[in-house]
Design a protein around this ligand. Structure first.
Ligand SMILES: C[S@@+](CC[C@H](N)C(=O)[O-])C[C@H]1O[C@@H](n2cnc3c(N)ncnc32)[C@H](O)[C@@H]1O
Length: 267
């Protein structure tokens, strides 16, 4: 049986909204009010807010695409700061979080359901800025995302993207969970579909786990450059921790990377 990755991950993200997991909790009314006063910060990775210098000096009138950015986090703050925001995501439940905040706080946010690899609903040069929080781990191929992001950006527009450090996928997560040790198991780049039997994948579905893919740095960073972007910024980040969650790999390395890529004319 062929695995439908997009459907599998949509079902899990819809569930995550019900379970109120970290990446599905919308911003508060207070945070939106502060953003209206110009006090805001958004995350592409778990713990570090994106440097203000990565954004245009004034967001008013700036057309922003939140790419795989549903959940009511980035979109409402950017809209409250003056941007014209469109949020594009594969999960209807995540998109409903953005609409809920928009209605609650009197913001305008357009929401569109779709696959981050296919932005054909948007004409070329539609946006000034794309914010793309960690999410390309849920698709097997990243290059279409970089190509489409480049196409829908205006000249001098920027793509701000968060993604996983591919090395985090080396370890046997079941052993880590049970025995609290890191045991190298998987050859990189990690591919949940190729590396698991169908029975294991069904178990992932049943336990509410997404199908994940750990892309190479060549495709994550080199891929952006290959489609024409100029990399103008990069930082690493660690994981968010709470009483229920601690990824042991975070004790040894940064687990996330964020980049600022510009559609610059350097010819
Ligand atoms: C970790 S969340 C990131 C967004 C969230 N606002 C945040 O900052 O935590 C990952 C998002 O990617 C979305 N996603 C997964 N696969 C996708 C796909 N193929 N196309 C578009 N969005 C996808 C999920 O529905 C989810 O909303």
């Amino acid at each position: 049986m062929a695995i439908n990755i997009r459907e599998h991950n949509r079902a899990i993200w819809n569930k995550q909204v019900e379970w109120k997991t970290t990446w599905t909790i919308p911003v508060s009314q207070e945070e939106v009010a502060a953003a209206r006063r110009g006090e805001w910060g958004i995350y592409l990775t778990p713990t570090i807010t994106v440097p203000p210098s990565w954004f245009p000096a004034d967001l008013h009138g700036c057309e922003v695409l939140g790419l795989a950015s549903g959940g009511g986090q980035q979109g409402p703050l950017l809209a409250a700061a003056g941007a014209k925001v469109t949020i594009f995501d594969n999960s209807p439940a995540q998109l409903a979080q953005d609409r809920m905040v928009a209605e609650r706080d009197g913001l305008e946010i357009m929401t569109i359901e779709g696959d981050m690899r296919d932005l054909s609903v948007f004409p070329d040069a539609s946006f000034d800025l794309i914010v793309h929080p960690v999410s390309n781990c849920f698709i097997p191929d990243v290059m279409p995302v970089w190509r489409e992001a480049y196409r829908v950006l205006r000249p001098n527009g920027a793509l701000l993207a968060g993604f996983n450090n591919p090395a985090r996928y080396l370890f046997d997560y079941e052993v880590t969970d049970k025995r609290k040790v890191l045991e190298v198991k998987y050859k990189l780049p990690y591919d949940a579909v190729k590396l698991h039997t169908e029975e294991e994948i069904q178990r992932l579905l049943a336990t509410g786990e997404c199908l994940e893919f750990g892309h190479s740095l060549d495709t994550l960073i080199g891929g952006q450059i290959a489609v024409g972007f100029l990399i103008a910024g990069l930082y690493e980040d660690t994981d968010r921790e709470d009483e229920n969650w601690h990824d042991m790999a975070a004790d040894y390395m940064p687990l996330y990377i964020a980049t600022r890529a510009i559609k610059a004319d350097i010819s």
